[in-house]
Design a protein around this ligand. Structure first.
Ligand code: CUA
Length: 370
């Protein structure tokens, strides 16, 4: 019995470490404790305010308890009953009014910040309009005013409000960039009278330039934990340059090999993927414009160097299920394995072609190089 109890307590430090690891602490790109956007900063302010009030209340209660325990301890041979205080108007007033005061302060601040975060920027001419469409297991980003579609790497101008409309192409997902903003669900929805229903709207910003990690925060299938994306906040000038370059048609194949790769792409990939960012048709697969600059391949495979990028692309194209287990349900759109469909030469040509799909606005490298 004793031994069993000891063993049980052994798990406490393990669970503590696990909790810390799962909280993702240490990586500032994904930490809500290192806010870099106004939503995240306001959330952290609320977290801190409630925590400080809580610690204050705890300190007072523990102090009072200690005083009572020491000062009013029953003396030996003293069997008398202490003074009874029930019905004391003064005491009732004190211990009712203090919590009411605390709750009022918290309510006022919380409401204030909630309304400030919920501000609608959809008619704000200074805000950038963005559509986020979640798919099992990748993210599509559309810039309706710029006429650009991209995926996985979300480019935004730092310091500007991003006015977002979110929905899903399949099940419910949740858009979350801990360092910039809290979560927002993407709902499947439906079209009624030509208007999409169940669309969620909110706005956020990045106060500094940098790369921030985004996560899907709603269990959506076997590859939910791998449904990552990046937010790349550039200075406004750089962002405008990025948008201009993305609008240009893809570069003509420079060599015979790249041309051969283009043919492989057209024969095998083009029914699902576009390489032109201005191709706004609803396609089942992500738009691959600028994939030569993606910070990761398929959201999770490394692409720090050209070798890594080629290796990751190959791994992904050959057997996507090895990287992201997909849905084994008829009717769902999955990336098929191309291991047995392309020979080594075709694969090399295809990789060369995909690596060439990049513009001359390079994303900032993060400390880890991904
Ligand atoms: Cu998408 Cu979890």
């Amino acid at each position: 019995m004793r031994k069993g109890r000891f063993k049980k307590w052994n798990f406490v430090p393990i669970f503590t470490l696990l909790a810390l690891a799962l909280a993702g602490c240490g990586d500032p790109r994904v930490s809500a404790l290192v806010p870099q956007g106004s939503n995240a900063r306001e959330s952290l302010y609320l977290i801190k305010l409630s925590a400080y009030i809580m610690f204050g209340v705890m300190a007072v209660v523990i102090l009072l308890l200690a005083v009572v325990l020491i000062r009013f301890r029953a003396k030996k041979d003293d069997a008398s009953i202490p003074k009874q205080v029930e019905g004391s108007n003064l005491l009732e007033f004190i211990w009712t009014s203090i919590p009411v005061l605390i709750i009022t302060v918290l309510a006022v601040v919380t409401l204030n910040l909630t309304f400030s975060m919920a501000q609608d920027h959809s008619d704000d001419p200074n805000a950038l309009k963005l559509e986020v469409i979640a798919h099992q297991y990748w993210w599509e980003f559309r810039y309706p005013d710029l006429g650009i579609v991209t995926a996985q790497d979300l480019y935004i101008p730092a310091g500007k409000k991003i006015s977002v409309e979110l929905y899903s192409a399949d099940v419910i997902h949740s858009f979350w960039v801990p360092a910039l903003t809290g979560k927002m669900d993407t709902n499947p929805g439906y079209i009624k009278d030509g208007i999409r229903q169940n669309v969620n709207r909110f706005s956020f910003d990045a106060e500094t330039t940098g790369v921030f990690l985004g996560k899907c925060a709603e269990l959506c299938g076997p590859s939910h934990p791998l449904m990552e994306f990046k937010v790349i906040a550039l200075s406004e000038d750089e962002f405008n340059r990025w948008a201009e370059r993305m609008k240009e048609p893809p570069a003509k194949a420079a060599s015979a090999q790249v041309q051969a790769g283009e043919q492989v792409f057209q024969q095998n990939c083009m029914s699902c993927h576009a390489v032109d960012a201005t191709d706004t048709a609803n396609r089942p697969g992500p738009n691959l414009a600028n994939i030569g600059n993606r910070l990761t391949i398929a959201g999770v495979l490394p692409a720090g160097t050209d070798e890594e990028r080629a290796e990751s692309l190959k791994k992904w194209i050959e057997e996507p299920n090895r990287t992201k287990p997909q849905n084994d349900v008829p009717g769902t759109v999955v990336m098929p394995p191309f291991k047995d469909r392309l020979n080594a030469e075709q694969m090399d040509d295809l990789l060369r072609y995909l690596m060439e799909q990049k513009i001359d606005v390079t994303p900032p490298k993060t400390a880890k190089g991904n």
